[in-house]
Design a protein around this ligand. Structure first.
Ligand SMILES: C[S@@+](CC[C@H](N)C(=O)[O-])C[C@H]1O[C@@H](n2cnc3c(N)ncnc32)[C@H](O)[C@@H]1O
Length: 343
């Protein structure tokens, strides 16, 4: 009955007359409602949305690192072949893979030591008149066999015999154990390579606690590793001192300089920083100064130190470069540098 009333045309003017007094309030309500609604839409579209915890935010510049890419190589996170895998791009633009591979015109092997003495030591051997009395008083008596880590492993003799190097670069020399062993091995093979020992001779934070009998007491913040290394080399005889040259700087800066100066090595031992990033940088930078046909090897392939940083770096490098890794005792050996890779 009511519905019929509304349908009746005659009833409309009466209903309108009844609503008329409420019209201003209804209109005002509608205006306020529409303005509020519009403002709400505008502000919600301007505010950045907070991702839900389960959402992964891939920023555009890093997207290529997380996207599964057919151009990339896959490396296991622990370097053992097991565990979660991550995809890496094969080439720049990412800095992780951007290392120069073009170095200077090669200095002839027989001129390498003179070149370095000129550039680093004002043309004079660092062993000349060493040690001055005030330094000698601070040092331990030179050890016949300085403290090291796998420093006399069979890998040294095997590789020196195989490669017959004119120039060896050692990254990480500590007290000279492995360098002196290489000098002795080379001598037994009637070889006389220059053995360039790159080490900042600072050790690592609080290292001395474990080596009080091997390393002198620090002096004014100086670990005195360099003079102890040099004393150990001199004690091994003049032939050792003629062969083993300390390059007392960081591995990265030294490798960059060797590259610029055209100083190449036939054999490179990597045994400095053992975290992934140090080992990764050392291996990549050293590769540039490895002569094609030369061999790179290093220590600590099997130890769990630094979350297997060395092993992960070696594994990734081998995959990126298409090389093989040959374990040898505690050491790793990469297949020889292909001719045509860099200089
Ligand atoms: C494990 S010891 C080397 C042992 C030596 N190869 C041996 O067998 O006797 C590591 C050495 O690397 C050096 N080292 C670590 N990081 C370095 C860096 N970034 N630059 C230069 N030397 C570094 C330390 O000072 C230390 O003497």
């Amino acid at each position: 009955e009511g519905a019929c009333m509304i349908m009746r045309p005659r009833g409309l003017p009466a209903a309108a007359a009844r609503l008329r007094p409420h019209l201003p309030r209804v209109t005002a309500f509608l205006i306020v409602f529409s303005v509020g609604y519009s403002l709400g839409i505008v502000s919600s579209s301007a505010r950045p949305s907070t991702p839900k915890p389960s959402q992964t935010v891939i920023r555009p510049h890093a997207a290529h690192l997380t996207a599964a890419s057919s151009a990339g190589v896959t490396a296991s996170s622990n370097g053992t072949g097991a565990g979660a895998s991550a995809s890496y791009p094969r080439s720049p633009p990412h800095d992780l893979f951007r290392f120069g591979d073009k170095c200077g015109e090669p200095v002839p092997a027989e001129d390498v030591v003179k070149t370095l003495l000129d550039k680093l030591f004002d043309g004079e051997s660092p062993y000349a008149s060493f040690p001055p009395a005030h330094t000698a008083a601070l040092l331990h008596p030179a050890a016949a066999r300085p403290r090291g880590w796998g420093s006399t492993g069979a890998v040294f003799a095997d590789l020196i015999e195989e490669v017959r190097p004119d120039v060896i670069v050692e990254l990480g020399a500590f007290l000279g154990a492995s360098a002196l062993h290489m000098a002795a091995v080379a001598r037994n093979l009637s070889l006389s390579p220059a053995i360039l020992c790159v080490d900042d001779f600072r050790g690592w934070p609080a290292f001395r606690g474990r080596f009080r009998r091997d390393v002198p007491q620090q002096r004014h913040g100086d670990a005195l590793l360099l003079p102890q290394f040099m004393a150990n080399v001199l004690a091994a005889g003049p032939e050792a001192a003629a062969a083993v040259l300390p390059l007392p700087f960081s591995t990265a800066s030294t490798l960059g300089a060797l590259c610029r100066w055209g100083v190449y090595a036939d054999l490179i031992e990597v045994d400095a920083g053992h975290d992934f990033h140090s080992a990764w940088a050392d291996i990549n930078l050293a590769w540039a100064v490895l002569r094609p046909g030369g061999v790179m090897f290093g220590h600590d392939y099997f130890t769990a130190a630094d979350d297997r940083g060395v092993r992960r770096a070696v594994t990734l490098f081998a995959r990126v470069k298409g090389l093989t890794v040959r374990p040898h005792g505690q050491h790793w050996i990469l297949s020889p540098k292909p001719r045509g890779d860099g200089r």
